[in-house]
Write a protein that binds this ligand. Structure first.
Ligand SMILES: NC(=O)c1ccc[n+]([C@@H]2O[C@H](COP(=O)([O-])OP(=O)(O)OC[C@H]3O[C@@H](n4cnc5c(N)ncnc54)[C@H](OP(=O)(O)O)[C@@H]3O)[C@@H](O)[C@H]2O)c1
Length: 249
């Protein structure tokens, strides 16, 4: 995703006083702009927040979109609170890693689906139960209703609706398959479109700084290799988050 940026502030526009030249920052640029695949990027100061100090600056570009998606799914839309049960379907992916950690942090009971390549990582992230979606029918494996389903997998959201208690919520990021509501049972279906939010980003960066949240980077590639990277992504050969490194001056 070329709209995520981390770097050092090189120059300021007029009237900017909450960031300074030399600050290490991270941000989620507007998706209507030109993106961040460059040595220098112009960004509005209000979308930037301080980068966590305990990870390499370039790696900090790996978390804004996926961590914000997880946060907004669980808390803005899902209203998840302590003691509630949440099913994170597709927890083996980049968003899922943060969703499991954040849900666990508020002391929710976390049920996660993950294939064999991801199960150990998802368990380590804090899932209470891990269901192997490659061998098990998730709708049969979840025997008690959940308060919230977060669907991150290429699975039709209506398949998961029966797992939700009356009055519960289904938040879906696979927006090409809309999440249905069930008005009779008061189940809300929500299709999530992540938004840039510097305050939430600052909160997430602080959790990374203290070690509460872990940032996973699958690989790092040079900016010059971006065309090949896009080709691999297009062929579905790029799991996890890739950090693109701009050449240093
Ligand atoms: N709407 C938005 O604003 C927004 C924002 C961010 C992301 N998204 C979307 O949200 C989805 C998740 O994003 P991501 O970055 O986490 O993607 P990702 O890294 O590709 O992860 C998706 C994971 O789903 C798992 N999976 C595949 N088939 C499954 C199945 N049948 N049942 C359960 N899990 C299955 C796979 O993990 P295993 O290893 O366990 O098989 C895969 O790693 C993507 O579709 C992405 O496009 C939307």
């Amino acid at each position: 995703m070329p709209f995520l940026v981390s770097g050092t502030v090189d120059a300021l526009g007029a009237g900017v006083d909450d960031v300074a030249v030399g600050d290490r920052v991270v941000g989620f640029l507007p998706m209507t702009g030109t993106g961040a695949a460059a040595e220098y990027v112009i960004a509005s100061a209000e979308i930037l927040t301080g980068a966590p100090g305990n990870i390499p600056l370039a790696d900090a570009a790996a978390f804004p979109l996926v961590a914000l998606t997880a946060w907004q799914a669980l808390f803005d839309h899902g209203k998840l609170t302590a003691g509630q049960r949440v099913l994170i379907n597709g927890a083996g992916g980049a968003v899922g890693g943060y969703a499991v950690q954040l849900a666990r942090e508020v002391r929710a009971h976390v049920i996660a689906t993950a294939g064999p390549r991801s199960a150990e990582r998802v368990r380590a992230a804090g899932a209470d139960e891990v269901i192997d979606h490659t061998t098990t029918d998730v709708t049969a494996a979840v025997t008690e209703p959940v308060d919230l389903v977060v669907n991150l997998a290429p699975v039709a959201p209506e398949q998961l609706g029966t797992l939700i208690r009356d009055g519960g919520t289904l938040v879906n990021t696979a927006v090409w398959m809309p999440a249905p509501s069930d008005e009779e049972r008061g189940v809300r279906g929500i299709d999530l479109f992540v938004r840039s939010d510097a305050d939430q980003l600052a909160d997430l960066a602080a959790r990374i700084s203290t070690g509460e949240l872990r940032v996973d980077v699958a690989q790092r590639v040079a900016l010059a290799d971006l065309p090949a990277l896009h080709a691999r992504a297009g062929a579905g050969e790029l799991p996890g988050k890739t950090v693109v490194l701009a050449p240093t001056a």
